[in-house]
Design a protein around this ligand. Structure first.
Ligand code: GAP
Length: 450
């Protein structure tokens, strides 16, 4: 069933709240713009994406070192990296209604005529607005105590380059990987979790030998391919993914080559993730500023070099939104309209829901609990989470609820289970097909596709 793209976002936002995926931050106080809280299923969905990412890029490789650096860093990190001087967006303010906009996000007509999109008042000249959140560390608020909430996780890896070299003595090429929160005081947060002020990144700083430019290019291509492969792991629709070679004029100040991966969100084709060739920009900047040697000694040629860096970066919140919008499906089952989330089984927050047919029949409830515990225990021994017990409302309501949560399988225990030892009913999410499965074969049946 085709869904109008303009209403799809509203439906996704509403389902996310209704089913405990995403809530407005500080909602009972009227919210705080650009912040979002994640409910139980949102957390599980994010954890599943993060765990698959960590497995693919860290655990399954022998050239990657995982780190978890502090969010607050010495202010000199951000001076050296160029963020204090250059991490800004052009801000324009309306002289009449005082609303503020990012100049580069105004439409052409408003930008040229300097007319406010909200009230037609006159827009003042643009000024550069630094997007870092500033704070003070310690009891004294002075220049010395200034710190920033990190606007990217990347710098936490550059400042740990030497630590990893000293502890593990890796040979080039190798990478550092990190998952963590980043903060940007966006002028205009928008499109749900797409552009927020607090978000999560999954980043890799991959260090290569700059003397072999062919190898550098090959590594860039291989890491780009790994990024696209990861999108397949989490089940995103291939046809909605687009490769954009970023032109010189649009590249970040530190990048020699950038390729963005864009996705067809309900509000248009927008950046999902990216890869940048940061050269030796960051290591050199930190060498100059900290006066600490961050070079690499090549044992074979006896040369000392500053490695170059290729950075694949992923925004977890945008991945989550891509997954939600890709999964949102409306169809009809047995003449009834329904909404379901067609999550890939690998990321579904709930994998199996177990129901007693009726909740006021102790024998059914007892048997259902027994089967629930059996599946939970077996799944947990395989490292799989997401088995729930659900006896809320009638069976139809439970199916509708689990469909909206995106649960691949619902298992119902009825009188035949108890009286005739006739197994249980397993209902599959996408086609709504129901099958009777023997209890002894249930775990194997469910595990096959999960
Ligand atoms: N270390 C490089 C870096 O931070 P970026 O393109 O500015 O590069 C990387 O950000 C990714 O972080 C983006 O591709 C996007 O997925 C995510 N991201 C950036 N700003 C964001 C925001 N305000 N809200 C949500 N996600 C954001």
């Amino acid at each position: 069933m085709a869904i109008k793209e303009e209403t799809k976002m509203e439906k996704i936002i509403s389902l996310s709240k209704r089913r405990g995926f995403i809530y407005q931050g500080s909602e009972i106080y009227g919210g705080l713009a650009g912040t979002w809280d994640f409910g139980p299923y949102g957390v599980e969905l994010r954890n599943n994406i993060k765990n698959l990412w960590w497995r693919k890029f860290v655990l399954d490789r022998d050239d990657m070192y995982g780190v978890d650096a502090a969010i607050l860093m010495n202010q000199n990190v951000w001076k050296a990296s160029g963020h204090v001087g250059g991490f800004s967006d052009p801000l324009v303010e309306c002289k009449k209604c005082k609303h503020r906009f990012r100049e580069d996000q105004l439409d052409e007509e408003n930008r040229k005529s300097k007319k406010c999109p909200d009230c037609d008042g006159l827009l003042a000249d643009a000024r550069q607005f630094n997007m870092m959140f500033k704070t003070n560390v310690g009891a004294v608020e002075d220049e010395e105590s200034i710190s920033y909430l990190r606007p990217e996780t990347a710098q936490g890896m550059f400042v740990n380059f030497k630590n990893i070299m000293d502890s593990f003595h890796p040979k080039l090429p190798f990478g550092l990987a990190q998952i963590g929160k980043a903060f940007r005081n966006e002028i205009a947060p928008r499109d749900f979790v797409f552009r927020s002020r607090e978000f999560e990144q999954m980043e890799i700083e991959y260090f290569v030998d700059p003397r072999d430019s062919t190898k550098v290019n090959e590594t860039f291509e291989a890491l780009y391919k790994d990024q696209i492969d990861f999108l397949k792991v989490i089940g995103l629709d291939d046809s909605k993914i687009h490769k954009i070679e970023v032109p010189d004029s649009d590249r970040a100040f530190y990048s020699k080559r950038s390729v963005d991966t864009e996705f067809d969100f309900p509000f248009g084709q927008k950046e999902l993730l990216g890869i940048a060739y940061r050269t030796d920009h960051d290591l050199k900047a930190h060498i100059n500023s900290s006066k600490v040697d961050l070079s690499y000694f090549d044992e074979e040629t006896k040369e000392r070099i500053v490695p170059h860096c290729i950075e694949p970066t992923f925004g977890l919140d945008r991945l989550m939104l891509a997954v939600l919008s890709d999964a949102y499906t409306e169809d009809e089952i047995d003449g009834e309209k329904r909404v379901y989330m067609k999550f890939s089984h690998s990321i579904a927050p709930v994998k199996v829901a177990v129901f007693p047919l009726l909740k006021n029949k102790p024998l059914l409830v007892e048997k259902a609990k027994e089967i629930f515990n059996l599946i939970k225990k077996e799944f947990s021994s395989k490292g799989i989470n997401g088995v729930v017990f659900d006896d809320n409302g009638n069976i139809g309501k439970r199916y509708r609820r689990q469909d909206e949560i995106g649960t691949p399988y619902c298992v119902t225990i009825d009188f035949e289970t108890i009286e005739k030892d006739a197994g249980v009913t397993v209902r599959e999410r996408d086609g709504g097909k129901q099958e009777r499965v023997e209890i002894g074969k249930l775990v194997e049946y469910l595990s096959k596709s999960i």
